[in-house]
Design a protein. Structure first.
Ligand code: AMP
Length: 426
Protein backbone atom coordinates (compact mmCIF):
# COMPACT_ATOMS: atom_id res chain seq x y z
CA UNK A 1 0.00 0.00 0.00
CA UNK A 2 1.48 3.38 -0.88
CA UNK A 3 2.22 5.28 2.35
CA UNK A 4 -0.17 8.05 1.27
CA UNK A 5 -3.21 5.79 1.78
CA UNK A 6 -4.22 6.18 5.40
CA UNK A 7 -7.28 6.83 7.50
CA UNK A 8 -8.20 10.53 7.06
CA UNK A 9 -6.71 12.93 9.58
CA UNK A 10 -8.83 13.08 12.69
CA UNK A 11 -10.28 9.60 12.13
CA UNK A 12 -8.94 6.29 13.27
CA UNK A 13 -9.55 2.61 12.97
CA UNK A 14 -10.99 1.00 16.05
CA UNK A 15 -8.83 -2.11 16.19
CA UNK A 16 -10.33 -5.13 17.96
CA UNK A 17 -9.14 -4.24 21.50
CA UNK A 18 -10.54 -0.73 21.26
CA UNK A 19 -13.66 -1.91 19.45
CA UNK A 20 -14.28 -4.34 22.32
CA UNK A 21 -14.00 -1.45 24.78
CA UNK A 22 -16.54 0.52 22.71
CA UNK A 23 -18.86 -2.47 22.56
CA UNK A 24 -18.78 -2.77 26.32
CA UNK A 25 -19.66 0.93 26.69
CA UNK A 26 -22.46 0.57 24.17
CA UNK A 27 -23.84 -2.38 26.12
CA UNK A 28 -23.72 -0.36 29.34
CA UNK A 29 -25.45 2.56 27.63
CA UNK A 30 -28.17 0.46 26.05
CA UNK A 31 -28.82 -1.46 29.25
CA UNK A 32 -29.20 1.82 31.14
CA UNK A 33 -31.38 3.29 28.40
CA UNK A 34 -33.71 0.31 28.74
CA UNK A 35 -33.70 0.53 32.55
CA UNK A 36 -34.68 4.21 32.42
CA UNK A 37 -37.24 3.74 29.66
CA UNK A 38 -35.35 5.33 26.75
CA UNK A 39 -36.09 3.51 23.50
CA UNK A 40 -33.29 3.09 21.02
CA UNK A 41 -33.63 4.59 17.55
CA UNK A 42 -31.38 5.58 14.67
CA UNK A 43 -31.25 8.68 12.52
CA UNK A 44 -29.34 9.01 9.23
CA UNK A 45 -25.65 9.82 9.40
CA UNK A 46 -26.34 12.74 7.06
CA UNK A 47 -29.21 15.19 7.02
CA UNK A 48 -30.21 18.35 5.19
CA UNK A 49 -27.58 20.92 6.14
CA UNK A 50 -30.44 23.33 6.89
CA UNK A 51 -31.45 21.17 9.84
CA UNK A 52 -28.15 21.90 11.55
CA UNK A 53 -27.96 25.49 10.35
CA UNK A 54 -31.36 26.19 11.80
CA UNK A 55 -31.31 23.86 14.76
CA UNK A 56 -27.81 24.46 16.01
CA UNK A 57 -27.36 28.01 14.81
CA UNK A 58 -25.42 29.45 11.91
CA UNK A 59 -22.97 31.35 14.12
CA UNK A 60 -21.81 28.40 16.21
CA UNK A 61 -18.44 26.75 15.60
CA UNK A 62 -20.19 23.49 14.85
CA UNK A 63 -22.02 24.96 11.86
CA UNK A 64 -19.72 27.81 10.88
CA UNK A 65 -16.50 25.83 10.80
CA UNK A 66 -17.02 22.20 11.64
CA UNK A 67 -19.82 20.95 9.41
CA UNK A 68 -18.82 18.22 6.95
CA UNK A 69 -20.88 19.16 3.93
CA UNK A 70 -21.81 16.38 1.53
CA UNK A 71 -21.94 17.07 -2.19
CA UNK A 72 -23.45 14.30 -4.27
CA UNK A 73 -21.31 13.75 -7.35
CA UNK A 74 -24.32 13.15 -9.59
CA UNK A 75 -28.07 12.78 -9.57
CA UNK A 76 -31.10 14.99 -9.57
CA UNK A 77 -31.11 16.03 -5.97
CA UNK A 78 -29.45 19.33 -5.43
CA UNK A 79 -30.09 19.42 -1.72
CA UNK A 80 -27.28 20.49 0.55
CA UNK A 81 -26.49 17.75 3.02
CA UNK A 82 -24.13 17.49 5.94
CA UNK A 83 -22.83 14.66 8.10
CA UNK A 84 -24.45 14.88 11.50
CA UNK A 85 -22.26 16.74 14.03
CA UNK A 86 -24.54 15.75 16.91
CA UNK A 87 -27.77 13.84 17.38
CA UNK A 88 -30.29 16.17 18.99
CA UNK A 89 -31.33 18.06 15.85
CA UNK A 90 -31.89 14.80 13.95
CA UNK A 91 -33.86 13.22 16.80
CA UNK A 92 -36.09 16.31 17.06
CA UNK A 93 -36.57 16.32 13.30
CA UNK A 94 -37.65 12.67 13.52
CA UNK A 95 -39.97 13.47 16.46
CA UNK A 96 -41.76 16.04 14.30
CA UNK A 97 -41.65 14.05 11.07
CA UNK A 98 -43.21 10.96 12.67
CA UNK A 99 -45.85 12.79 14.67
CA UNK A 100 -44.43 11.68 18.00
CA UNK A 101 -46.25 14.51 19.76
CA UNK A 102 -49.31 12.23 19.70
CA UNK A 103 -47.50 9.63 21.85
CA UNK A 104 -47.55 9.79 25.65
CA UNK A 105 -45.10 12.56 26.62
CA UNK A 106 -42.25 12.76 27.24
CA UNK A 107 -40.94 10.60 24.44
CA UNK A 108 -37.71 9.08 25.70
CA UNK A 109 -35.24 8.25 22.93
CA UNK A 110 -31.66 7.07 22.80
CA UNK A 111 -29.03 6.33 20.18
CA UNK A 112 -25.36 5.53 19.92
CA UNK A 113 -23.30 6.19 16.84
CA UNK A 114 -20.68 8.24 15.06
CA UNK A 115 -20.77 12.04 14.77
CA UNK A 116 -18.62 14.17 12.47
CA UNK A 117 -17.02 17.55 13.06
CA UNK A 118 -14.33 19.16 10.95
CA UNK A 119 -12.40 20.34 13.97
CA UNK A 120 -8.64 20.58 14.51
CA UNK A 121 -7.68 17.07 15.64
CA UNK A 122 -5.87 16.62 18.94
CA UNK A 123 -5.86 14.13 21.81
CA UNK A 124 -9.48 13.31 22.56
CA UNK A 125 -10.78 15.41 19.68
CA UNK A 126 -11.53 13.59 16.46
CA UNK A 127 -13.33 14.34 13.24
CA UNK A 128 -15.32 11.16 13.62
CA UNK A 129 -16.24 10.26 17.18
CA UNK A 130 -18.91 8.26 18.95
CA UNK A 131 -21.63 9.45 21.25
CA UNK A 132 -24.33 7.99 23.42
CA UNK A 133 -27.22 10.37 23.02
CA UNK A 134 -30.35 10.48 25.17
CA UNK A 135 -33.33 12.78 24.65
CA UNK A 136 -36.56 13.30 26.62
CA UNK A 137 -38.94 15.34 24.50
CA UNK A 138 -42.20 16.78 25.84
CA UNK A 139 -41.59 17.37 29.54
CA UNK A 140 -40.87 20.87 30.83
CA UNK A 141 -39.17 19.50 33.96
CA UNK A 142 -37.38 20.14 36.30
CA UNK A 143 -37.60 16.57 37.66
CA UNK A 144 -36.71 15.06 34.30
CA UNK A 145 -33.63 17.30 34.12
CA UNK A 146 -32.40 15.81 37.38
CA UNK A 147 -33.25 12.28 36.27
CA UNK A 148 -31.17 12.74 33.12
CA UNK A 149 -28.20 14.16 34.99
CA UNK A 150 -28.32 11.21 37.37
CA UNK A 151 -28.53 8.79 34.43
CA UNK A 152 -25.42 10.32 32.87
CA UNK A 153 -23.52 10.11 36.14
CA UNK A 154 -24.58 6.48 36.57
CA UNK A 155 -23.28 5.63 33.11
CA UNK A 156 -19.76 6.75 34.04
CA UNK A 157 -19.90 4.79 37.29
CA UNK A 158 -21.12 1.65 35.55
CA UNK A 159 -18.48 2.12 32.86
CA UNK A 160 -15.82 2.07 35.57
CA UNK A 161 -14.97 5.78 35.90
CA UNK A 162 -15.32 6.73 39.54
CA UNK A 163 -13.97 10.29 39.51
CA UNK A 164 -16.52 12.04 37.30
CA UNK A 165 -17.84 15.39 38.41
CA UNK A 166 -21.15 16.96 37.40
CA UNK A 167 -21.01 20.65 36.54
CA UNK A 168 -24.33 22.46 36.46
CA UNK A 169 -25.68 25.82 35.36
CA UNK A 170 -28.78 27.53 34.03
CA UNK A 171 -28.47 29.71 30.96
CA UNK A 172 -31.93 31.27 31.16
CA UNK A 173 -34.47 31.45 28.40
CA UNK A 174 -35.69 33.96 25.80
CA UNK A 175 -37.43 35.89 28.59
CA UNK A 176 -34.33 36.66 30.63
CA UNK A 177 -31.35 35.97 28.42
CA UNK A 178 -31.55 39.09 26.21
CA UNK A 179 -31.27 41.44 29.20
CA UNK A 180 -28.42 39.34 30.59
CA UNK A 181 -26.67 39.32 27.22
CA UNK A 182 -26.91 43.11 27.08
CA UNK A 183 -25.12 43.30 30.45
CA UNK A 184 -22.56 40.75 29.31
CA UNK A 185 -21.84 42.64 26.09
CA UNK A 186 -21.50 45.88 28.04
CA UNK A 187 -18.98 44.19 30.32
CA UNK A 188 -16.89 42.93 27.40
CA UNK A 189 -17.13 46.27 25.57
CA UNK A 190 -15.64 47.90 28.66
CA UNK A 191 -12.68 45.52 28.30
CA UNK A 192 -12.53 45.51 24.50
CA UNK A 193 -8.78 46.16 24.30
CA UNK A 194 -8.09 42.99 26.26
CA UNK A 195 -10.20 40.76 24.03
CA UNK A 196 -8.39 38.53 21.51
CA UNK A 197 -9.42 38.79 17.87
CA UNK A 198 -11.71 35.73 17.87
CA UNK A 199 -13.51 36.89 21.01
CA UNK A 200 -14.05 40.34 19.52
CA UNK A 201 -15.76 38.79 16.56
CA UNK A 202 -17.81 36.47 18.74
CA UNK A 203 -18.92 39.42 20.81
CA UNK A 204 -20.93 40.51 17.81
CA UNK A 205 -22.32 37.11 16.88
CA UNK A 206 -22.52 34.88 19.97
CA UNK A 207 -21.42 36.71 23.13
CA UNK A 208 -22.35 33.85 25.48
CA UNK A 209 -19.51 31.84 23.97
CA UNK A 210 -16.93 34.26 25.38
CA UNK A 211 -17.67 32.80 28.80
CA UNK A 212 -16.23 29.43 27.84
CA UNK A 213 -13.44 30.80 25.67
CA UNK A 214 -10.32 28.63 25.59
CA UNK A 215 -8.05 31.69 25.38
CA UNK A 216 -6.09 32.24 28.62
CA UNK A 217 -6.30 36.01 27.99
CA UNK A 218 -10.00 35.72 28.81
CA UNK A 219 -9.66 34.24 32.29
CA UNK A 220 -9.40 37.55 34.10
CA UNK A 221 -11.99 39.35 31.97
CA UNK A 222 -14.40 36.50 32.61
CA UNK A 223 -13.88 36.57 36.35
CA UNK A 224 -15.55 39.96 36.48
CA UNK A 225 -18.33 39.07 34.05
CA UNK A 226 -21.94 39.21 35.25
CA UNK A 227 -23.32 35.78 36.12
CA UNK A 228 -26.41 34.59 34.38
CA UNK A 229 -27.66 32.86 37.50
CA UNK A 230 -27.87 36.32 39.13
CA UNK A 231 -30.14 37.49 36.32
CA UNK A 232 -32.59 34.65 35.76
CA UNK A 233 -36.28 35.50 35.45
CA UNK A 234 -38.58 34.11 38.13
CA UNK A 235 -39.62 31.09 36.04
CA UNK A 236 -36.03 30.14 35.18
CA UNK A 237 -34.91 30.68 38.77
CA UNK A 238 -37.66 28.40 40.01
CA UNK A 239 -36.82 25.77 37.44
CA UNK A 240 -33.14 25.83 38.38
CA UNK A 241 -33.98 25.54 42.08
CA UNK A 242 -36.22 22.59 41.21
CA UNK A 243 -33.45 20.78 39.34
CA UNK A 244 -31.10 21.23 42.28
CA UNK A 245 -33.73 20.10 44.79
CA UNK A 246 -34.35 16.89 42.83
CA UNK A 247 -30.62 16.18 42.52
CA UNK A 248 -30.18 16.82 46.24
CA UNK A 249 -33.06 14.48 47.02
CA UNK A 250 -31.36 11.71 45.02
CA UNK A 251 -28.06 12.40 46.76
CA UNK A 252 -26.38 13.38 43.50
CA UNK A 253 -23.45 15.74 44.07
CA UNK A 254 -22.72 18.52 41.57
CA UNK A 255 -20.76 21.74 41.25
CA UNK A 256 -22.45 24.97 40.19
CA UNK A 257 -20.49 26.72 37.47
CA UNK A 258 -21.92 30.02 36.24
CA UNK A 259 -19.39 30.09 33.39
CA UNK A 260 -20.75 26.90 31.87
CA UNK A 261 -22.48 27.65 28.60
CA UNK A 262 -23.15 25.17 25.88
CA UNK A 263 -21.72 25.76 22.45
CA UNK A 264 -24.98 25.20 20.66
CA UNK A 265 -27.61 27.88 20.23
CA UNK A 266 -30.72 25.91 21.06
CA UNK A 267 -30.09 25.41 24.74
CA UNK A 268 -32.31 26.98 27.39
CA UNK A 269 -32.24 26.81 31.17
CA UNK A 270 -30.48 23.68 32.46
CA UNK A 271 -26.97 23.08 31.11
CA UNK A 272 -24.61 20.43 32.46
CA UNK A 273 -21.35 18.75 31.68
CA UNK A 274 -19.39 15.80 33.01
CA UNK A 275 -15.66 16.10 33.69
CA UNK A 276 -13.01 13.87 35.11
CA UNK A 277 -12.05 15.49 38.37
CA UNK A 278 -8.91 17.53 37.91
CA UNK A 279 -9.17 17.53 34.11
CA UNK A 280 -11.53 20.51 33.78
CA UNK A 281 -8.78 22.85 32.60
CA UNK A 282 -8.21 20.83 29.45
CA UNK A 283 -11.61 21.80 28.09
CA UNK A 284 -12.26 18.13 27.60
CA UNK A 285 -15.73 17.40 28.80
CA UNK A 286 -16.62 13.72 28.88
CA UNK A 287 -20.16 14.63 28.03
CA UNK A 288 -22.75 17.31 28.29
CA UNK A 289 -26.32 18.22 27.77
CA UNK A 290 -29.10 20.58 28.47
CA UNK A 291 -32.60 21.74 27.93
CA UNK A 292 -33.71 22.93 24.50
CA UNK A 293 -37.26 24.15 24.96
CA UNK A 294 -37.29 26.14 21.71
CA UNK A 295 -35.82 23.60 19.34
CA UNK A 296 -38.82 21.56 18.22
CA UNK A 297 -40.73 24.72 17.35
CA UNK A 298 -37.69 26.16 15.59
CA UNK A 299 -37.63 23.05 13.40
CA UNK A 300 -41.28 23.45 12.46
CA UNK A 301 -43.06 21.47 15.17
CA UNK A 302 -45.48 22.56 17.87
CA UNK A 303 -43.88 24.30 20.85
CA UNK A 304 -42.42 21.36 22.81
CA UNK A 305 -39.92 21.33 25.65
CA UNK A 306 -37.01 18.91 25.59
CA UNK A 307 -33.81 17.96 27.31
CA UNK A 308 -30.99 15.60 26.45
CA UNK A 309 -27.35 14.74 26.73
CA UNK A 310 -24.56 13.41 24.58
CA UNK A 311 -21.69 11.50 26.16
CA UNK A 312 -18.52 11.08 24.12
CA UNK A 313 -17.54 7.42 24.13
CA UNK A 314 -14.02 8.01 22.75
CA UNK A 315 -13.14 10.12 25.76
CA UNK A 316 -14.49 7.49 28.15
CA UNK A 317 -12.27 4.86 26.53
CA UNK A 318 -9.30 7.24 26.80
CA UNK A 319 -10.09 7.93 30.44
CA UNK A 320 -10.46 4.22 31.19
CA UNK A 321 -7.11 3.57 29.54
CA UNK A 322 -5.56 6.33 31.62
CA UNK A 323 -6.91 4.83 34.83
CA UNK A 324 -5.90 1.30 33.83
CA UNK A 325 -9.52 0.16 33.76
CA UNK A 326 -9.01 -0.31 30.07
CA UNK A 327 -9.84 -2.99 27.70
CA UNK A 328 -11.68 -6.19 28.26
CA UNK A 329 -9.64 -9.22 27.15
CA UNK A 330 -11.98 -10.78 24.65
CA UNK A 331 -11.73 -12.96 21.65
CA UNK A 332 -9.38 -15.77 22.73
CA UNK A 333 -10.87 -19.14 21.76
CA UNK A 334 -11.35 -21.73 24.48
CA UNK A 335 -9.72 -24.28 22.19
CA UNK A 336 -7.92 -24.58 18.89
CA UNK A 337 -8.42 -27.75 16.88
CA UNK A 338 -5.06 -28.95 15.57
CA UNK A 339 -4.03 -32.17 13.86
CA UNK A 340 -1.16 -34.58 13.39
CA UNK A 341 -1.91 -34.74 9.68
CA UNK A 342 -1.26 -31.20 8.38
CA UNK A 343 -3.27 -31.87 5.21
CA UNK A 344 -6.45 -32.90 7.07
CA UNK A 345 -8.08 -29.47 7.20
CA UNK A 346 -11.41 -31.21 6.53
CA UNK A 347 -11.19 -33.15 9.81
CA UNK A 348 -10.16 -30.09 11.83
CA UNK A 349 -12.87 -27.90 10.37
CA UNK A 350 -15.50 -30.60 10.93
CA UNK A 351 -14.59 -31.01 14.63
CA UNK A 352 -14.42 -27.23 15.16
CA UNK A 353 -17.80 -26.75 13.50
CA UNK A 354 -19.33 -29.36 15.80
CA UNK A 355 -17.96 -27.54 18.85
CA UNK A 356 -19.25 -24.20 17.53
CA UNK A 357 -22.66 -25.84 17.05
CA UNK A 358 -22.47 -26.44 20.79
CA UNK A 359 -21.90 -22.70 21.30
CA UNK A 360 -18.19 -22.83 22.07
CA UNK A 361 -15.65 -20.24 20.83
CA UNK A 362 -13.31 -22.53 18.96
CA UNK A 363 -10.85 -22.02 16.12
CA UNK A 364 -9.58 -24.61 13.71
CA UNK A 365 -5.99 -24.41 12.54
CA UNK A 366 -6.50 -24.35 8.77
CA UNK A 367 -2.86 -23.94 7.86
CA UNK A 368 -1.04 -26.86 6.33
CA UNK A 369 1.84 -26.91 8.80
CA UNK A 370 3.32 -29.34 11.27
CA UNK A 371 1.56 -30.13 14.55
CA UNK A 372 4.27 -28.40 16.61
CA UNK A 373 3.75 -25.14 14.71
CA UNK A 374 -0.03 -25.44 15.06
CA UNK A 375 0.34 -25.85 18.82
CA UNK A 376 2.67 -22.84 19.08
CA UNK A 377 0.11 -20.70 17.28
CA UNK A 378 -2.65 -21.91 19.63
CA UNK A 379 -0.58 -20.86 22.66
CA UNK A 380 0.15 -17.45 21.10
CA UNK A 381 -3.58 -16.92 20.58
CA UNK A 382 -4.22 -17.42 24.27
CA UNK A 383 -6.33 -20.57 23.83
CA UNK A 384 -6.77 -22.69 26.96
CA UNK A 385 -6.84 -26.02 25.15
CA UNK A 386 -5.68 -27.72 22.02
CA UNK A 387 -7.92 -30.44 20.62
CA UNK A 388 -5.47 -32.71 18.82
CA UNK A 389 -6.73 -34.97 16.05
CA UNK A 390 -4.64 -38.09 15.52
CA UNK A 391 -4.98 -41.84 15.05
CA UNK A 392 -7.41 -42.14 17.99
CA UNK A 393 -10.03 -40.46 15.86
CA UNK A 394 -10.71 -43.91 14.37
CA UNK A 395 -12.14 -44.96 17.77
CA UNK A 396 -13.88 -41.61 18.32
CA UNK A 397 -11.24 -40.10 20.63
CA UNK A 398 -9.13 -36.94 20.47
CA UNK A 399 -6.27 -35.73 22.65
CA UNK A 400 -7.14 -32.76 24.81
CA UNK A 401 -4.09 -30.75 25.82
CA UNK A 402 -4.26 -28.15 28.57
CA UNK A 403 -2.10 -25.37 27.15
CA UNK A 404 -1.76 -23.59 30.50
CA UNK A 405 -0.76 -26.70 32.51
CA UNK A 406 0.75 -28.84 29.77
CA UNK A 407 -1.13 -32.07 30.66
CA UNK A 408 -2.75 -34.12 27.93
CA UNK A 409 -5.31 -36.94 27.91
CA UNK A 410 -7.54 -38.79 25.47
CA UNK A 411 -11.19 -37.73 25.49
CA UNK A 412 -14.15 -39.15 23.55
CA UNK A 413 -15.17 -36.60 20.92
CA UNK A 414 -18.80 -36.82 22.06
CA UNK A 415 -17.85 -35.70 25.59
CA UNK A 416 -15.83 -32.72 24.38
CA UNK A 417 -18.56 -30.05 24.24
CA UNK A 418 -19.72 -30.65 27.82
CA UNK A 419 -16.13 -30.82 29.05
CA UNK A 420 -15.05 -27.59 27.33
CA UNK A 421 -18.19 -25.75 28.32
CA UNK A 422 -17.21 -26.16 31.97
CA UNK A 423 -13.82 -24.67 31.18
CA UNK A 424 -14.85 -21.50 29.32
CA UNK A 425 -13.39 -18.56 31.20
CA UNK A 426 -16.15 -16.27 32.32
P1 AMP B 1 -21.03 18.52 22.56
O1 AMP B 1 -22.23 18.26 21.74
O2 AMP B 1 -19.98 19.33 21.86
O3 AMP B 1 -21.32 18.98 23.95
O4 AMP B 1 -20.36 17.10 22.73
C1 AMP B 1 -20.77 16.17 23.69
C2 AMP B 1 -19.64 15.23 23.99
O5 AMP B 1 -19.21 14.60 22.79
C3 AMP B 1 -18.40 15.93 24.49
O6 AMP B 1 -18.46 16.12 25.87
C4 AMP B 1 -17.32 14.98 24.10
O7 AMP B 1 -17.18 13.92 25.03
C5 AMP B 1 -17.80 14.42 22.82
N1 AMP B 1 -17.18 15.13 21.68
C6 AMP B 1 -17.57 16.28 21.11
N2 AMP B 1 -16.77 16.62 20.09
C7 AMP B 1 -15.84 15.64 20.02
C8 AMP B 1 -14.71 15.38 19.18
N3 AMP B 1 -14.40 16.21 18.17
N4 AMP B 1 -13.97 14.27 19.40
C9 AMP B 1 -14.28 13.42 20.41
N5 AMP B 1 -15.32 13.60 21.23
C10 AMP B 1 -16.09 14.69 21.05
Amino acid sequence: MPPSLRAPRGTRDLLPDERAAFARLERTALELAARYGYRVMETPLFEQAALFERGIGAVTDVVEKELFRVLPSRGEEREAWALRPEATAGVCRAYIEHGMQTLPQPVRLSLTGPMFRYDRPQAGRYRQFWQWDVEAIGDAGPAIDAELVELGARFYRDAGLTDVEIVLNSIGDPACRPAYLARLVAHYRAHLVRLPELERRRLETNPLRLLDSRDPAMTEVNEGAPRITDHLCAACGEHFAGVRAHLDAMGVAYRLEPGLVRGLDYYTRTAFEFYRRGAEGQQQALGGGGRYDGLVELLGGKPTPGIGFALGLDRVVLALDATGGGRPAEGAPVAVVVGADPADTVGRLRVATGLRDAGLPVRADLSVRKLGRQLEAAVREGAQFAVILGDELATGDVQLRDLDGGSQKPVPLVDLPALLRRKVRS
